[in-house]
Ligand binder design. Structure first.
Ligand SMILES: N[C@@H](CCC(=O)N[C@@H](CS)C(=O)NCC(=O)O)C(=O)O
Length: 204
């Protein structure tokens, strides 16, 4: 059975949500997000930079949430939730996956890190990262002007983007600045039956 090491509000939610969408059984192992644990020898052996999440499939262990989503889909998805590899549709799917983690989540992650590590956070840095996040939100909003999901039909790319919206909603107020298509999309994602796992408390 797939085992996902999970800390509240972290990118492990992507894998948990994906498995719920696919109806795959999964063991969720709640872990401490405290640096003492994340930089312990035990955790660094699983994630060499002390980050969350980690996925195990039997003896195999991996880090990087986007790679996990792709692995689960390729291995257990039976062609669901992603276009056929090698097609331009699949290229579009990859584009949004990478956009989600390396372009949209990047400034959002810096906002989170600054709030956690600096008291007070560097206001100019946070403002710049909010601005960068808003550029990404605008791009998603525009792409969604004629569709319900980022590729038209729901796919793994929506799960990748969905995590960006969790951070956007919790750590910025840019969703309040309009962006109707993006706001409607986020409500649509959250109302999917499988998305109940996003608010589940796995620690108890
Ligand atoms: N690209 C990585 C990012 C992992 C990441 O930044 N995880 C966050 C939690 S969602 C974390 O562990 N942050 C701690 C830190 O950066 O100090 C992935 O997708 O797994």
């Amino acid at each position: 059975m797939l085992k996902i090491y999970h800390a509240s509000m972290t990118r492990s939610l992507r894998v948990i949500w994906l498995c719920e969408e696919l109806g795959l059984p999964i063991e969720v192992e709640p872990i401490s997000f405290h640096p003492d644990f994340r930089f312990s020898e035990e955790w660094l052996a699983r994630n060499p930079v002390g980050k969350v999440p980690v996925l195990e499939d039997g003896d195999f262990s991996m880090f990087e949430s986007g790679a996990m989503v792709q692995y689960v889909l390729d291995r257990y998805g039976d062609g669901r939730l992603q276009p056929k590899p090698g097609t331009t549709r699949h290229a579009e799917y990859l584009q949004w996956n990478w956009f989600a983690e390396s372009t949209f989540c990047r400034p959002l992650g810096e906002i989170v890190n600054h709030r956690r590590n600096f008291d007070p956070p560097f206001a100019d840095v946070v403002a710049e990262m909010v601005h960068r996040s808003e550029q990404c939100l605008k791009a998603v909003d525009e792409a969604l002007s004629d569709r319900d999901y980022i590729l038209g039909e729901f796919s793994g790319a929506d799960i990748m983007l969905g995590y960006c919206f969790i951070l956007t909603e919790n750590f910025t107020s840019i969703l309040d600045k309009g962006y109707t298509s993006a706001n409607t999309y986020w409500q649509r994602l959250k109302s999917r039956p499988a998305a109940h796992v996003l608010t589940r408390d796995f620690a108890s």
